[in-house]
Ligand binder design. Structure first.
Ligand code: CDP
Length: 203
């Protein structure tokens, strides 16, 4: 079955892009960040050692929780996602998801490198950190969260560092990834650029 892997840092636009690609091709879509968020949400504060046991009981029903979308959840997810056994425990679910007919789009950090190294198309979506911080700030404010630009920027810089420097499946473009910088693009333009890179015939 055709698979599209979409990787990139926080607030790069990869989630919106992956969802739109899935709609366009009629494929299933999985935001893999939600898996790490769902595990992190079930680990008591200050007890990261429990994350492995939690990940081993992962249940897709956990993904429906709207509270997982918040910033605190993303930060905690980036901590538990650095634990290799947590990543290993979540691998089978992601690979099974990718095998579904008529095809699947998965977005995350390591889809093209680890989860689906044989994906038919791999996109690596980036944007300047200042642009990503401005986007995330708008998202948070639209959702009613009070915050300031400097705090959002600082959080993204820290998360980028943790995601790229970790030993287990770090954030990095696959050698055969198509690079897409969305710094100057809105969602429609990013989608058009992605389609042009992938080519029209995925199916
Ligand atoms: O877009 P944003 O980074 O805010 O959220 P996310 O994609 O839900 O990812 C949250 C955290 O989960 C990231 O900072 C990564 O540390 C981790 N993650 C990962 O390690 N591998 C993935 N395939 C997806 C997310």
């Amino acid at each position: 079955m055709p698979v599209i892997a979409v990787d990139g840092p926080a607030a790069s636009g990869k989630g919106t892009l992956a969802r739109r690609l899935a709609e366009h091709f009629g494929f299933h879509w999985l935001d893999t960040g939600l898996l790490y968020r769902a595990v992190a949400a079930r680990v008591p504060d200050g007890a990261p050692d429990q994350a492995i046991a939690v990940a081993r009981t992962f249940d897709a029903a956990w993904l429906a929780d709207a509270a997982l979308r918040g910033e605190a959840s993303g930060r905690r997810a980036s901590q538990v996602s650095a634990i290799p056994e947590v990543r290993a425990a979540l691998l089978a679910y992601q690979r099974d998801f990718a095998r579904q007919a008529p095809g699947a789009v998965l977005d995350g950090r390591d889809i093209g490198t680890v989860v689906c190294p044989d994906a038919d198309a791999k996109l690596f979506v980036t944007a300047k950190v200042e642009v990503r911080a401005a986007r995330r700030l708008k998202e948070l404010r639209d959702a009613g969260t009070q915050t300031i630009y400097a705090a959002v920027l600082q959080d993204l810089i820290e998360r980028d560092r943790r995601d790229t420097e970790r030993a287990a499946a770090p954030l990095k473009a696959a050698a055969d990834a198509l690079m897409l910088d969305t710094s100057g693009l809105d969602a429609d333009q990013a989608f058009a650029a992605a389609l042009a890179l992938i080519g029209p015939q995925m199916i």
